[in-house]
Design a protein. Structure first.
Length: 107
């Protein structure tokens, strides 16, 4: 099998044994024309769909939603703790009032 190598897969990796690059006859020597087109790069950029471009925004939105839920849960827990504290304080005040009333009646 005697196939010529390509740029990506040369027959040999030894630069001494590779064929020398020959200048193109279609362009003048030293010309500044592009030797590769950028249409391939533009086509590959077009593969990025709108959904892919919106992924960071969707992640940020989900993160903010999660943070808001956590903050709401913390506020709810704080309200519950405050309500329990106030309930215990009210119960102590009620017991003190009953005791004071009982002491007043006994005398």
């Amino acid at each position: 099998m005697n196939t010529a190598g390509t740029i990506d897969r040369p027959l040999t990796h030894d630069p001494q044994k590779q064929a020398p690059m020959k200048p193109s006859t279609s362009e003048p020597a030293g010309s500044a024309t592009e030797d590769v087109t950028t249409t391939g790069a533009n086509d590959s950029r077009q593969n990025r769909t709108r959904e892919m471009q919106l992924i960071p925004e969707a992640l940020a939105r989900a993160h903010m939603h999660q943070r808001l839920q956590e903050a709401e849960q913390e506020r709810q827990a704080a309200r519950l703790a405050a309500a329990r504290r106030m309930q215990r304080r009210a119960e102590r005040a009620s017991r003190r009032a009953r005791r004071a009333l009982a002491m007043a009646v006994m005398q």
